[in-house]
Design a protein around this ligand. Structure first.
Ligand code: 13P
Length: 340
C-alpha cells in the first residue's frame, strides 16, 4: 500500500468544487431505467449511453471521478478508444464498482447483505491494471417496522470494512457507501437516528479493520423523511439534520463525504447539497461533495431515449446537472440555474 498515493487520490476526488459521477449501474438496474423510456436493453445500447456520458464536452470541469461497472471499464468508444482513456484525457479519474450486489439476508426478512468479498483481492488487482484508481461498495439498509436490525447493520458494516482494507492494500481508494433507503413512511427524525447508528457502526468496523481514514471517501445518504412520509421537511431542515448526523459520527480524518442521490429529484439533490455548503462549509473538517447517478444522469437519459439525433441535447443536460452540483459545492446553486 502506498499511503501517500491513496491520500492524494482521495483528496483529488473531493478537491475544489468537483464531485463524482456514478455510472456503475449493473445490467438489470440499467435495463430497468432503459425499459421505462423504450430504450433497447442491449449491450450496444448500454455502451452507447456510456459513450455519450464520457464524451460530454466540459465534463471534467465539474467531475473529478467516474464510477464504472465491470462491463463499462472494458468498453470502448465506437472509434475503439477505451472509455478509461477518454476519461483520463478529460482529467476524470476512473473508478469501479466492486460489490456483486445486495442479496436477501438469511434470517432477516426484508433486509439485504451486500456480497462480493470472495476473490476480491484478485479482482482489485485486475481493475487496477485496467486503470481504476478507486472503488465503490454499496450496502443497503432498508427502513420499516422492526428494521433495520442490528444483525443487518453489523454484517454490512463488517463487509464494507473488509472491502475497504482490501482496496487500500491494492492501492485503490475505497468509496464506502452505506445507504439508508428513502423508501417508506418514516420520519426525518427516524432516518437521522438510523443513519447515525449505521455510520457509528461502519466507522467502528473501519477502525477495527485498520482502514486508513485519510485514504477513503464516505458516500452516505442525506438525512431525509421517507418518500411516503406525510411530513416533508424543507431544504434547510434536511441540510441541518444531515450535517448534524455526520458531525456526530464521521471522524475529521476523512477527507470528503460524497452523497448519493438515492431517488431524490435532480433539483432537490442540488438544492440540499447547496444548503449544506451555504450554512456549514467553513466550519466542517471534510468536504461535502456529490457522487450522484440518477440526479446527474436521469434528465439526460430522458432526452436521449436511445436516439443518435438526441445525443448533443442529452450531453447538454448532463453537463448542466454536473454544473449545478458543482455550484452546490460552492454554495452558489440557485433554482434560477434551472431556467432554460
Ligand atoms: P444514486 O445517486 O442514483 O442513488 O446512485 C448512487 C450510487 O452510486 C448508488 O450506488
Amino acid at each position: 500500500m502506498n499511503a501517500q498515493k491513496l491520500i492524494e487520490t482521495a483528496r483529488t476526488l473531493v478537491a475544489g468544487d468537483k464531485g463524482l459521477l456514478a455510472m456503475d449501474e449493473s445490467n438489470p438496474t440499467c435495463h430497468k431505467r432503459f425499459e421505462r423510456l423504450g430504450i433497447p436493453r442491449t449491450e450496444e445500447a448500454r455502451r452507447a449511453w456510456r459513450e455519450l456520458i464520457v464524451t460530454t464536452p466540459g465534463l471534467g470541469e465539474c467531475i473529478s471521478g467516474a464510477i464504472l461497472f465491470d462491463e463499462t471499464i472494458r468498453q470502448k468508444k465506437k472509434d475503439s478508444t477505451p472509455f478509461v482513456k477518454v476519461l483520463t484525457d478529460a482529467g476524470i479519474i476512473p473508478g469501479i464498482k466492486v460489490d456483486t450486489g445486495a442479496k436477501d439476508m438469511a434470517g432477516h426478512p426484508g433486509e439485504k447483505i451486500t456480497e462480493g468479498l470472495d476473490g476480491l483481492r484478485d479482482r482489485l488487482a485486475e481493475y487496477s491494471q485496467l486503470g481504476a484508481r478507486f472503488a465503490k461498495w454499496r450496502a443497503v439498509i432498508a427502513m420499516g417496522e422492526g428494521i433495520p436490525s442490528r444483525g443487518c447493520i453489523e454484517a454490512n458494516a463488517h463487509a464494507l470494512a473488509l472491502y475497504a482494507a482490501l482496496c487500500q492494500e491494492a492501492g485503490l481508494v475505497p468509496i464506502v457507501e452505506p445507504e439508508v433507503l428513502m423508501d417508506g413512511d418514516h420520519t426525518l427524525e427516524r432516518c437521522r437516528v438510523v443513519t447515525e447508528e449505521v455510520l457509528r457502526t461502519v466507522f467502528n468496523q473501519l477502525y477495527t479493520q485498520r482502514v486508513m481514514l485519510e485514504g477513503m471517501i464516505l458516500k452516505p445518504n442525506m438525512v431525509l423523511p421517507g418518500l411516503t412520509c406525510p411530513g416533508q421537511e424543507g431544504v434547510d431542515e434536511v441540510a441541518g439534520a444531515t450535517v448534524r448526523s455526520l458531525s456526530w459520527t464521521v471522524p475529521a480524518a476523512v477527507p470528503g463525504i460524497a452523497f448519493l442521490s438515492g431517488g431524490q429529484s435532480a433539483e432537490l439533490a442540488s438544492a440540499r447539497l447547496n444548503a449544506m455548503n451555504v450554512a456549514f462549509k467553513s466550519r466542517l473538517p471534510w468536504a461535502l461533495a456529490f457522487s450522484f447517478a440518477r440526479a446527474i444522469q436521469q434528465p439526460a437519459l430522458e432526452i436521449w431515449q436511445g436516439k443518435e439525433a438526441n445525443v448533443l441535447a442529452a450531453q447538454k443536460a448532463l453537463y448542466h446537472r454536473a454544473r449545478c452540483n458543482s455550484a452546490a459545492r460552492r454554495g452558489e446553486y440557485d433554482a434560477r440555474m434551472e431556467m432554460p
